[in-house]
Every structure is written in structure tokens, then in C-alpha cells.
Design a protein around this ligand. Structure first.
Ligand code: NAD
Length: 480
């Protein structure tokens, strides 16, 4: 299957007529081709977005909201097709794509369809001077949205929906590793009546297509989710051009477990927060720190629970853990199992590739638990982004906090305790953008989402996203 770019409301082939192979990771075979777009395709996409901007930015909020709702409804209607495409493209269990990825993509559009009708700005009266200030929030113009492969449609729409709700026109690029549902979204946008050029989707490699978007002189803002190294490169290109930047980057999130927590709830959630989506969620808790008094018990129970997880083909209804996204990524992840051996860490469970019957060439790896004794080891300092977690005991609150913060990343943290004072203290002192207490991945789309330190700059979600995608202008009126 050859997919196409979506430019000026039409599905088009790339100028170069050159294509990239698209793999199905669950069987390790090529099953399609995607456009290998270049500067010319990005320029065409930019021109179409520029042409669409005057009309779209002055379309009433009610109309914009209606079109976004149409897109949300169509995603919901096509749940099965989209979930199957996502599972095939990414390797994630079909059940997960059906329960999380696709419903969330629909919610993203519905949420911003509603949010834009409630978005407002501030007024400041300079009392006694006869002066009124108000803040005019205008769309930026043409903006770029670039997303990764782990939650393909979920994260792609998380950027596009607020950008177009706020009145911008968009040039977007999904990951070349998982382009399929972005392509299906182009078809949905046409069906939903999105005016031509409001959204343009250009497929291709990061270093060429992505780079062309970031370096384009008239694409005024970039919303990027992906690796920290790529984010740093994008910042180095975009910052001297004074572009607005939102960077959602890598993580190495701590999961801190105190003895006073609700144990069963913690155990079940920790299995999920470690291995959901094959551990390929930026918010997965990959460093597990457990209070000494329950460490032995936790270790035994955790290994038992994890050993019950079934690694299998994403389309098998019993599968808990599907395939990793690509051969290269499987190699990267398994290299950390070698590193564990070199660093003298102890593999408590897993660590081996899995041959799935009927899918022998797929990229499968056992969920892996590694016991480490030093937070400074590579396993605890570098983002692995796969089904590998480390565990380590701690003796005091001070030590737990020190271990949690002792890393370059700062995306999220999970805390398990029933002590209110500790909850408040940790919530303030953990150096992350999100702290979950006695839960994980519970999301309210109105909340600010993003990381600190090497996990990024800026916040997505709710009005934060609408603020990012608008430029505030101070209007100062002297009326006396
Ligand atoms: P990546 O950085 O390799 O690629 C992300 C996107 O950037 C892709 O579309 C890619 O084609 C594009 N890209 C690559 N080089 C580029 C360049 N020079 N210019 C412009 N675009 C370029 O990341 P990935 O491997 O796809 O995704 C995994 C990473 O994403 C992990 O580090 C993970 O933690 C992170 N992530 C972060 C969040 C978050 O919200 N903070 C969410 C999901 C994933």
C-alpha cells in the first residue's frame, strides 16, 4: 500500500516520486510505502496553508468547533479501522489501540472543539488614568507539528487539534515509522469538511521533511514531541529564527513506592506503568524505587505478576505485550540488557527475545526487570524506551527524593503513599512536570502537560495549548 501526502485538501504523490518502506513490526515485513517528501513538498504544503489562513483565521468559533467535532465523530465511527491500522503499523496490542489510542485521538478533537468556544483573554484597567488594556490573542499563522511513533494518532492529533482550533493553518509530519493513521486522518479531514489547506500532512524522514518544516522561514511556531537529542537539534535551528517552540521530549521517570501504600492497587498499576505499550510511553515509570521494609515482598510479587504477561501478536486478543516498533529500536533496547551485565546489575526476569508462533520475524522482547544498586548506572540514567524497568530499595524519604531527582530528565513521577504530608512534600520537591499520586496515566485534558530539565520546554493541554498557538497582543486604549 502506497500512501500519499495531504496538501491543499487533496491526496498527492511526492514531487520526487521517491518512497520509503513501511514495516509491520509484528511480522518484520514491509507492507507499504510512504512518500519520501523533500523541500518542494513542504513548500507546497506551506503555500497551501498560507492561502487558507485568511479565511480560516476569520471563520467563526462556532464553525471551527463544528468541523473539529465532525473530525472527532468520524474518528470514533472508524475506531476499528484506525485501531487495526495502528496495531499493524506500530506493533501495539489491538486491544490497547482500541481502548486508548484511537478514543483519545477523537477526544483530542472534541476537547479542543469545545475549548475554543470557552477561550478568552484578560483586560487590565489602569485605574485612575482613564486607560483600558486588553489582550488580543491572534492565531500565529502557519505552524509546524512534528510527532513520534509511540502513540501515533494520539500525539499527532494532540498538536493539530489546538493549532487549528486557534485559527492557525498547519504543516504536520507524523513519524515515518508509523505514518498510517495520519494518512487515514487526511481522508477523515476531507470527509469532515475541513477547508482545503487548513491542515497539510507531509510524510517523510526527520532529517529531510522534518528539517524542512523546522527551517522554513515562514513557519512561525514548531510543536515537537520526540527524543531529547532531536529536540535540542530543532531548538538550535528554530531559536535563531525566533520561532515559538514547544518541546515534549524524553523521560526517565521514577516510580516511588512507600510501605504505607494500597499495595494491591500499587502492584497492578506498577505492572501497567512499567510495560504498557511495550514500555514505549514517555510517561512509563522505568526506575522503580521501593521502601526497604517491603522490598523483598514487592520483588517477589512483581516478578510473579510480570511473568503472567503474555507477549504475542498484537492481533491476538490475549496479548498484553506486542512487538517493539522496529528492528533498530529492538536492537537499541536489547543493548541495555548487555549493559546490565557489564554494569553488574541482576536480571530478575526476562531479558530475552521472544519467538512468537506464526510471527517469528517480529520484534518481540520479554518484559524485563533488572535489579540495580546504583542510580548512576546507565540503566538508570539513559532513556531505554522499551519493556525494561529497574528496581532498587531506599531507606528514607530523603534518599527516595534524592534518587528520583538525580537524573537529567524531568517528565513525570509516580508516588505511592497514604501519608498526606509526604504527598505534599514530594509533590513540591519532585523535579518533574507531572506527579501522579496513587495512580498513573490518569489524564484530564485541561491540565498542563509537559516536562522540565531535559524533558522539554513549554506545556501542552487545555488553555496552555491554545495560548501556545496564539500570539498575545496588548491593546492599550486611553479613553479620558
Ligand atoms: P525522534 O526524535 O527520533 O522523532 C520524532 C519526530 O521527529 C519524527 O517525526 C521524526 O521524523 C522527526 N525528526 C527527526 N529528526 C528531525 C529533524 N532534524 N528535524 C525535524 N524533525 C525531525 O523520536 P522517536 O524515536 O520518534 O520517539 C521516541 C521519543 O519521543 C522518546 O525519547 C520519547 O520519550 C519521546 N516522547 C516524548 C513524549 C512527551 O510528551 N514528552 C511523548 C512521546 C514520546
Amino acid at each position: 500500500m502506497k500512501i500519499k501526502n495531504y496538501i491543499n485538501g487533496e491526496l498527492v504523490t511526492p514531487f520526487s516520486d521517491s518512497y520509503i518502506d513501511n514495516f509491520n513490526p509484528s511480522v518484520g515485513e514491509i507492507y507499504g510505502q510512504i512518500p519520501n517528501s523533500n523541500n518542494k513538498d513542504v513548500e507546497e504544503a506551506y503555500q497551501s496553508a498560507k492561502k487558507a489562513f485568511p479565511a480560516w483565521s476569520t471563520t467563526t468559533l462556532a464553525n471551527r468547533s463544528k468541523i473539529l467535532s465532525n473530525i472527532a465523530r468520524l474518528i470514533e465511527q472508524k475506531l476499528d479501522v484506525l485501531a487495526e491500522a495502528e496495531a499493524k503499523d506500530n506493533g501495539k496490542p489491538l486491544s490497547l489501540a482500541k481502548a486508548i489510542d484511537i478514543p483519545r485521538a477523537s477526544s483530542n478533537f472534541q476537547f479542543f472543539a469545545d475549548a475554543i468556544t470557552q477561550f478568552s483573554s484578560e483586560a487590565h484597567e489602569s485605574v485612575g488614568l482613564g486607560v483600558m488594556n486588553f489582550t488580543l490573542r491572534q492565531p500565529i499563522g502557519v505552524v509546524g507539528c512534528i510527532s513520534p511513533w509511540n502513540l501515533p494518532l494520539y500525539l499527532f492529533t494532540w498538536k493539530i487539534a489546538p493549532a487549528i482550533a486557534a485559527g492557525n493553518c498547519v504543516v504536520a509530519k507524523p513519524s515515518e515509522v508509523t505514518p498510517m493513521t495520519a494518512y487515514l486522518l487526511s481522508e477523515i479531514c476531507i470527509e469532515a469538511g475541513l477547508p482545503k489547506g487548513v491542515l497539510n500532512i507531509v510524510h517523510g524522514l526527520g532529517g529531510t521533511t522534518g528539517q524542512a518544516i523546522v527551517a522554513h522561514p515562514n513557519i512561525k511556531a514548531i510543536s515537537f514531541t520526540g527524543g531529547t537529542k532531536t529536540g535540542a537539534h530543532i531548538a538550535s535551528v528554530a531559536a535563531p529564527m525566533f520561532k515559538k517552540l514547544s518541546l515534549e521530549l524524553g523521560g526517565k521517570n521514577p516510580n516511588i513506592i512507600f510501605a504505607d501504600c494500597n499495595y494491591d492497587d500499587m502492584l497492578a498499576t506498577t505492572v501497567r506503568s512499567s510495560f504498557a505499550n511495550q514500555g514505549q510511553i514517555c510517561l512509563c515509570g522505568s526506575r522503580i524505587f521501593v521502601e526497604k521494609s517491603i522490598y523483598k515482598k514487592f520483588k517477589k510479587d512483581f516478578i510473579l505478576k510480570v511473568s503472567e504477561l503474555k507477549v504475542g501478536n498484537p492481533f491476538d486478543a490475549n496479548t498484553n505485550i506486542g512487538a517493539l516498533v522496529s528492528k533498530e529500536h529492538l536492537q537499541k533496547v536489547t543493548s541495555y540488557i548487555d549493559i546490565a551485565e557489564q554494569e553488574g546489575a541482576k536480571i530478575l526476569f526476562g531479558g530475552k527475545k521472544v519467538e512468537v508462533k506464526g510471527s517469528e520475524n517480529g520484534y518481540y522482547l520479554q518484559p524485563t526487570i533488572i535489579e540495580v544498586n546504583d542510580n548512576q548506572c546507565k540503566l538508570n540514567q539513559e532513556e531505554i524506551f522499551g519493556p525494561i524497568v529497574t528496581i532498587m530499595p531506599f531507606s528514607s524519604e530523603e534518599e527516595a527524593l534524592q534518587l528520583a531527582n538525580d537524573v537529567v530528565y524531568g517528565l513525570s513521577a509516580t508516588l505511592w503513599t497514604n501519608n498526606l504530608q509526604r504527598t505534599m512534600q514530594f509533590s513540591k520537591l519532585l523535579q518533574t512536570g507531572i506527579v501522579w499520586v496513587n495512580t498513573w496515566l490518569l489524564r484530564d485534558l485541561r491540565t498542563p502537560f509537559g516536562g522540565t530539565k531535559a524533558s522539554g520546554v513549554g506545556r501542552e493541554g487545555g488553555f496552555e495549548a491554545l495560548r501556545f498557538f496564539t500570539e498575545p497582543k496588548n491593546i492599550c486604549i486611553k479613553y479620558e
